[in-house]
Write a protein that binds this ligand. Structure first.
Ligand SMILES: Cc1cc2nc3c(=O)[nH]c(=O)nc-3n(C[C@H](O)[C@H](O)[C@H](O)COP(=O)(O)OP(=O)(O)OC[C@H]3O[C@@H](n4cnc5c(N)ncnc54)[C@H](O)[C@@H]3O)c2cc1C
Length: 306
């Protein structure tokens, strides 16, 4: 790691001023659990200045005004796990935060860093896209809002400009008749990044018919997207294993149509279909199972990989 200047800032305004001054020579530091590892890699350009935003109180909160949830970027994964409002109205996000890294990583790593690092295995992103989250980016020139699903260009690259900072993530609370789930498949049940994951939300009417469906696979496509082709199969139908299996197969087909056949296809093709089916099954359990450590992860041995 080459030497760099370190600047701790206390407000978004101050952060934006330093970003405007240094442009592409600056990097933002939140929890540092991705950034410092990146700096240690060979051939990585070390910035002139690292701006530590971790002291900015105005971007470290979870609020729930008027049927929405606003999560500010410095909220840690542990804080998401412990948030009653997230547990009640967006429990798939609780499930995802709960299976990130280890307690130390969850205490240090932030949701903002998870999004802005843009690794395809980032666990909070599929649930947030399924929830229809929007993000706010701020700079000295003003602020702009984007759908989270539009933020990403490719792995490790977002549409944020060098002088912009993420200041807000917000989405509408799930209604009581919407059930959600998040399943992560890693090489182990703990301290493992996602090889594949699925975030799902199903809304049913009083007769049990599915009125809305959201399926977002993680670590599967170059950028995250809802698989509307599979969601359409579910709308207007009543839950059944056959229906969920068909939706899972469709997700698998769509995945391959985007990525083409490669060395990992033989494994991913059947496994993503099973994960989608399981995630949808979990959405129909009453009550929605409350997330517990380990339950968000899926056992590889069941899926034919030890
Ligand atoms: C041992 C280990 C295990 C891990 N396990 C998992 C896992 O299971 N699942 C998972 O998803 N991740 C995992 N991670 C990755 C990491 O912990 C998360 O991505 C974390 O949320 C990153 O947050 P951070 O605050 O540490 O980000 P930082 O490292 O501080 O920043 C990451 C990137 O985001 C940018 N950034 C941060 N905040 C902002 C902002 N507000 N505005 C603009 N840009 C910003 C930084 O400039 C940097 O490019 C793991 C990491 C380690 C070291």
């Amino acid at each position: 790691m080459k030497p760099f200047e370190y600047k701790a800032v206390n407000s978004v305004e101050e952060a934006c001023s330093v970003l405007a001054e240094y442009g592409s020579d600056a990097r933002i530091l939140a929890g540092g659990t991705d950034l410092l590892i990146e700096f240690r890699k060979q051939n990585v350009r070390t910035p002139k200045v690292v701006i530590d935003i971790s002291f900015i109180k105005e971007i470290h909160s979870i609020e729930s005004p008027n049927g929405t949830i606003i999560i500010r970027p410095l909220v840690t994964h542990s804080e998401i796990v412990n948030s009653k409002v997230v547990q009640q109205y967006a429990s798939l996000l609780t499930s995802a935060a709960l299976v990130i890294g280890s307690p130390q990583i969850r205490n240090r790593g932030t949701v903002g860093g998870n999004i802005m690092n843009a690794a395809t295995c980032a666990d909070t992103v599929p649930p947030l896209i399924a929830l229809g989250a929007k993000v706010t980016l701020e700079s000295k020139a003003g602020s702009r809002q984007l759908d989270l699903s539009d933020l990403f260009i490719k792995p490790y690259q977002t549409k944020a400009k060098h002088e912009e900072i993420l200041t807000e993530i917000h989405f509408t609370k799930l209604p009581p008749n919407a059930k959600s789930s998040f399943i992560k498949l890693g090489r182990r049940n703990a301290l493992a990044i996602s090889r594949l994951s699925v975030a799902a939300i199903l809304t049913q009417d009083k007769n049990g018919k599915i009125t809305d469906a959201r399926i977002v696979p993680g670590a599967a496509l170059p950028v995250w997207k809802r698989v509307t082709e599979a969601e359409k199969i579910l709308i207007g139908e009543k839950p059944s294993i056959e229906l969920f299996t068909a939706a899972g197969q469709k997700v698998s087909e769509v995945l391959i149509s985007h990525t083409g056949r490669r060395w990992s296809t033989e494994y991913k093709e059947p496994v993503i279909a099973v994960l989608v089916r399981r995630a949808l099954e979990q959405c129909t359990l009453t009550p929605n199972p409350s997330p517990k450590l380990g339950e968000g992860s899926s056992d590889l041995s069941e899926l034919g990989e030890g």
